[in-house]
Design a protein around this ligand. Structure first.
Ligand code: ZN
Length: 347
């Protein structure tokens, strides 16, 4: 197979955002991505085998020939995945990548880990995620990551009932971010992204979210149930222990000057069971070893070549590289992020 350039894929969402995605993708103002007219197109799901919560296909990537990527991988898994990856997970790439442009502060929420998802949600995957900050707007871009003190379950219940955002945010670590930063968000960690933060997001391939804030975010149904569970059960997902400064330092890699040709690993080793991310800076020519991966070009332009193909890439390009494409060669002057599946299962 050859690498596939993917178009924007923006399922409707409950929150505002999207202009930074349109700008990144280079969409002219009169040909804006589907769903963006109302300002609620804050996410672009790249090489997605996952449908948005409660739907059959919203968010699932459709290939240029009209096939769902999910079905194409099932039909011919070893065209897409390495033998080791297929042996570990079956016909599932184990990875979901998104562009996310937060047009408003997102509600505080968390995601189940694999053990919880396996027990209560019938899924081998939970949703550990990671944020690679690729753009910001406004003077004070920040995120909220983990509680800044231990929180007991009755207090969490009370917050869920009372929906006082001031109280909830006061109990969270507020972390300033800049372009180039990378943050690992282990499943269970409460989190939120502030308005103006534009990220490449890597996730386990599910759409499981447990909200702590819901009332002011248009989700009244969350008062009674979440993901088909009672609220009491869903709140068990939260890691209620304090996340200390040292813990945050382990998860948050601050962007450096960068720019030198070569490959930089962006996430800590503890991300490896879930996904990997590399920054690739090319000045001339650079070979990428064979492996299922998603390449997102942040700056510059060039070509991606295999033995049998050549495609042009530039800022805003998102490319699915199947395993069977073999070694791919990037030529030109460009900077990209390469998103890879779990390390422990080969590529
Ligand atoms: Zn999240």
């Amino acid at each position: 197979m050859e690498p596939l350039s993917l178009a924007a894929n923006q399922p409707p969402k409950f929150y505002r955002g999207g202009p930074q995605i349109a700008s990144f993708r280079g969409s002219p103002p009169d040909v804006r991505p589907l769903g963006s007219d109302d300002g609620f197109a804050p996410e672009d799901w790249i090489a997605s085998t996952v449908a948005s919560d409660g739907t059959e296909s919203d968010g699932a990537t459709v290939l240029p020939d009209g096939t769902l990527l999910r079905d194409a991988i099932r039909a011919d898994p070893l065209a897409y995945l390495s033998p080791a990856q297929y042996a570990a997970f079956g016909p599932n790439p184990g990875l979901l990548v998104k562009l996310l442009d937060a047009g408003e502060r997102l509600p505080v929420h968390c995601h189940p880990d694999r053990a919880f998802a396996s027990t209560h949600l019938g899924s081998a995957f939970g949703k550990t995620e990671a944020w690679l900050i690729v753009g910001t707007e406004g003077p004070d871009p920040h995120v909220y990551l983990g509680f800044n003190r231990d929180v007991e379950l009755p207090e969490l219940d009370k917050w869920f009932e009372e929906q006082d955002s001031v109280v909830i945010l006061a109990a969270m670590n507020r972390v300033a971010v800049n372009v180039g930063d990378a943050i690992l968000v282990p499943a269970g960690t409460p989190h939120a992204i502030s308005a103006g933060v534009f990220i490449v997001e890597l996730q386990e391939p599910t759409d499981f979210s447990v909200m702590l804030e819901w009332k002011n975010f248009g989700m009244p149904e969350r008062h009674d149930a979440q993901l088909g569970m009672s609220v009491a059960q869903s709140l068990q997902c939260f890691n209620r222990r304090r996340l200390a400064t040292d813990d945050i330092a382990d998860l948050h890699r601050r962007g450096g000057a960068g720019g030198e040709p070569g490959v930089t690993t962006l996430l800590p080793p503890s991300a490896a069971p879930f996904f990997q991310a590399e920054e690739v800076v090319v000045d001339g020519s650079h070979d990428l070893e064979a492996g299922y991966s998603i390449l997102i070009v942040l700056d510059g332009a060039g070509t991606m070549r295999t033995a049998d193909s050549s495609i042009d890439v530039a800022r805003g390009s998102t490319v699915l590289i199947p395993y069977s494409a073999g070694t791919t060669t990037l030529r030109g002057q460009l900077r990209a992020i390469r998103c890879l599946p779990p390390a422990s299962h080969g590529q």
